[in-house]
Write a protein that binds this ligand. Structure first.
Ligand code: GDP
Length: 304
């Protein structure tokens, strides 16, 4: 399916290398572990997380000196699944929202180009398919293109997009969108925001202002602050996650563009470092290519 296809490059580079590293080796010795370490780091799992995985495997080797390399696949899979389970304690139900939170407000953050608008568009389409009423707010008022693109998605999917003029205060747009959502009895309100990292203090102030203003309409909004990261940028995505988690409380992640990259390991590293659940992954351009992240399916398709 599209998950397997989307993760093909990561899988190929990872297991291709792993296969080569194991040639002529029957037991998991130091050399095998060294190679494994290098492969994990080069798949963008991240140094810290890689060391953690290696230590866990080392501990298993210590218990079973004659651990065969044929078992390495299974062990690695178990350890990666265990790591992902720590931060993704619950699987997200397929494009559902909690029934006691209506409208459910999702505030989407992330830097330009990571696939924020596309993710919001795909997400609206999926919610719509589930019979939910969606309202979008175009609070990224610094880029005309972002507003236009969101409007385009709105037309395509058939959901209203609340937008104001360029350079309007983003929190004013967020306020209007949330209010409109309440008036229309929406199930989901998704607010697009601008993410300009070069003005870090402004980012923090801006995001808190947006939150504050929407809370005038819905006191416990936003129910989800979703950070969108471009998985194909590997360690850059990690740096962005660090910046955004400093600026605001991020409650979920969407990791895009995992198709066409061998850096899919970044999902593992990010999960481990931030302990924020990955809700969605993007594995292609089509609407269905935005998938609910399921840790076991993810691991399974890496090891297929
Ligand atoms: P924004 O600036 O963050 O709003 O980014 P956009 O939503 O405009 O996306 C930037 C580009 O990334 C667009 O060409 C999208 O089609 C593309 N894109 C977004 N998500 C994915 C994905 O999961 N896979 C692929 N291949 N492309 C994606």
């Amino acid at each position: 399916d599209s998950l397997d296809k989307g993760l093909e490059k990561t899988k190929d580079s990872f297991f291709g290398k792993l296969g080569k590293a194991l040639v002529g080796k029957s037991t998991v010795d130091d050399e095998v572990l060294d190679n494994l370490e290098e492969i994990l780091v080069s798949s963008d799992v991240g140094v810290e997380t890689t060391l953690k995985v290696i230590e866990r495997i080392q501990a298993r080797v210590a218990r079973d000196k004659y651990l065969g390399t044929t078992e390495l696949d299974r062990i690695l899979r178990e350890e990666i699944a265990a790591l992902l389970s720590e931060s993704n304690t619950q699987d997200v139900p397929d494009f559902e929202t909690p029934s006691d939170k209506k409208p459910y407000v999702i505030m989407v953050v992330g830097v330009n180009g990571v696939g924020k608008t596309t993710t919001i568009g795909k997400l609206s389409a999926q919610f719509k398919k589930k019979g939910k009423n969606v309202v979008l707010g175009a609070a990224d008022t610094f880029r005309a293109a972002a507003v236009d693109q969101l409007k385009l998605w709105g037309e395509r999917v058939g959901v209203p997009v609340i937008a104001r003029g360029m350079n309007t205060d983003p929190s004013a747009v967020a306020f209007d969108a949330v209010k409109e959502g309440v008036d229309r009895n929406a199930d989901v309100i998704i607010i697009d925001t601008a993410g300009r990292l070069h003005t870090k203090i402004n980012l923090m102030a801006e995001l808190s202002k947006i939150k504050r203003v929407m809370q005038k309409v819905i006191p416990d909004a936003p129910h989800d602050v979703m950070l969108v990261l471009d998985g194909s940028t590997g360690q850059n995505a990690v740096i962005q996650a660090r910046e955004f988690t400093k600026a605001t409380e991020v409650t979920s992640l969407a990791i895009t563009k995992l198709d066409g990259t061998a850096k899919g390991g970044v999902v593992i590293g990010i999960s481990d470092e931030f302990k924020i659940p990955v809700k969605y992954i993007g594995v292609g351009e089509k609407t269905e290519d935005l998938q609910v992240f399921n840790k076991m399916e993810f691991v399974d398709s890496l090891f297929k």
